[in-house]
Each structure stands twice: as C-alpha cells, then as structure tokens.
Design a protein around this ligand. Sequence first.
Ligand code: 5GP
Length: 219
Amino acid sequence: MTEPDHSLNGVERRGLMFVLSSPSGAGKTTLSRMLVAETPELQMSVSATTRPMRPGEVEGRDYDFVDRPKFDAMVAAGEFLEWANVFDNCYGTPRVPVEAALSAGRDVLFDIDWQGTEQLRKRAPKDVVSVFILPPSVQQLEHRLHTRAQDSDAVIRGRMKKAGDEMSHYDDYDYIVINRNIGLAFESVRAILRAEQLRRDRQVGLASFVSAMRQQLER
Ligand code: 5GP
C-alpha cells in the first residue's frame, strides 16, 4: 500500500504549525528555504506585508506585497490568523491557506516574529511548535546583514538596534538553535520537526491502526 508523504508513519495525523523566529540576519530565511525544499509534507506560509519589495524578492513567493489600505481591509475582514507591526511595517499571516493545509494533515512553516508567535500559540496551543534561532555573536549578525546587501546602512543600523529586543523573547519558544554553522543548524531544526511530527497525540490515526493489527493477531 502506498501512503501519502505527509502521513510519515503510514498513520493519519494532524498537521502542525512550525514557527521559526529570530532577529533578522540570524539565518532564518535560509533555514526555512532548506527545510521546505527537503520536506515534502511542509508548506511555507506566505505572509502579506506593507514593506517595499527588496531586490531579489518575488511577489507571492516571499510575500504578498500590499499597500496599507489593502492590509487594513484584510485585517477588518478577519483574513489574518495573526498580524503585527514590525520595523514600522505591517505583516500578517493569511488564514485560509494555513487552515486548508492543516486540515489535509500537512505541516505549515511560519517565518514570523515573537508577536505573531504569541498570537498563534494562543489560538492553537497544541498545534504550535516554536523554534528561536540565535546568531553566534553580534559580529556575525552584523556581518550577515551586510553581506545580504539588501538593506541600506541606515536600515541595518536600525535592525541591529532592534535585534537585542527581539532576542529577549527567546524564552517564549520551545526550542533554541544557535546558528554557528548553517548545516548543523539545519540538522537541528529538521530533527525538531521530525520528532514533533511523531508525537503520539498528533498521530490521530493510531487507535484505528493498532486496533486493526490487534484484530488480525486475534484471528
Ligand atoms: P523582513 O522584513 O526582514 O522580511 O521581516 C521582518 C520581520 O517580520 C521578521 O522577523 C519576520 O519573521 C517578521 N514577519 C514576517 N512575516 C510576518 C507575519 O506574517 N507576521 C508576523 N507577526 N511577523 C512576520
């Protein structure tokens, strides 16, 4: 019998909400892309944002880029699972694609800040698994922000200033990964996801799976 990829154990399971947060420049975007590329049952949640598109970004892949009136209308219509103001721009997670993925037993990856994580956790405490990525040092953080070459020096200075505040929220998260080496950090994040997928209470098909085997054994 061929099982769908997302069932993992061959048993029906409930999808989980996998959140990666970090100060910008800690490697979260790279880790998210690697994880999605290697995990067929995981889909990325694409947020809406009012911030301008950066060079190299693609509409619909990195974000849904919207203006402020459109964002406000989406908030008013209840289209977001969570939304927050980050670095003076608005960011929000559209509800419909997430609910569709979870109900199909797929997992959803969120690259959102601590405010969004808190909102998701309040809504669905059992379904959220949160990971905070820390940079190995301030020097590395600054270096990564500069080599990314997406932001002006003034923006980078602003982001460095805010990194300290963002980091202070590490203790709201379930797991902490320090990204000294992208390969090792990726292995850690992947191990966390796999272990959480295998939690007994997420494998909702276990009772019938085991009872079918027991019936066969009793025959
Ligand atoms: P950036 O502008 O660098 O893409 O993202 C800035 C921050 O906004 C990052 O910490 C990112 O995780 C966060 N962010 C992106 N999308 C969302 C979202 O939909 N909701 C929340 N709360 N934060 C988001």
